[in-house]
Design a protein around this ligand. Structure first.
Ligand code: HEC
Length: 128
């Protein structure tokens, strides 16, 4: 019984270690400033400035916006593994883990700004 308990605890700890959470969650605005620069150099040519979408999908509203269905860890996974057979490559070897989280922080902050702007201009807002 005791051994089973230890095994269960072991799996739980491994699970926690693997769960990808944003290490900058408590200082998003700061990380987002650095993330903006990184996004500009690595992602903007396809996802457009501020992630509003161009040749590639937008990354700041709807499912990617605040409260949207896509989690931080899902975003992290897409960026690290890429999407096979599309222009979306893997950034695993070109960006550090921390830089990927900085970019995600930027996109999340930008998502908040987009949502606030939409709420403010509800009647007149024209999506991109
Ligand atoms: C060479 C062009 C290109 C670059 C550079 C690029 N992407 Fe993409 N990205 C794409 C394309 C095309 C897709 C859509 C793939 C598909 O059809 O599933 C995509 C998809 C994504 C998605 C999933 C979007 C969705 O709606 O499912 C995320 C998240 C993403 N990219 C983030 C990034 C980030 C962050 C960077 C920079 C580190 C980046 N991408 C750089 C082309 C690019």
């Amino acid at each position: 019984m005791k051994r089973l308990f230890i095994v269960i605890c072991g799996f739980f700890c491994i699970g926690l270690a693997l769960a990808q959470t944003n290490p900058f969650a408590d200082r998003l605005p700061e990380a987002a400033r650095e993330g903006e620069e990184l996004f500009g150099r690595n992602c903007q040519q396809c996802h457009n400035s501020r992630g509003k979408g161009g040749k590639a999908p937008q990354l700041v509203s709807g499912v990617w916006g605040p409260g949207g269905a896509n989690s931080d860890s899902y975003m992290y996974q897409v960026i690290t593994t890429g999407r096979p057979n599309t222009a979306m490559g893997s950034f695993k070897s070109s960006l550090t883990e921390e830089d990927i989280w900085r970019i995600i922080s930027f996109l999340r902050e930008e998502g908040r700004r987009v949502k606030a702007a939409e709420a403010k201009n509800k009647d007149t807002y024209v999506p991109w």
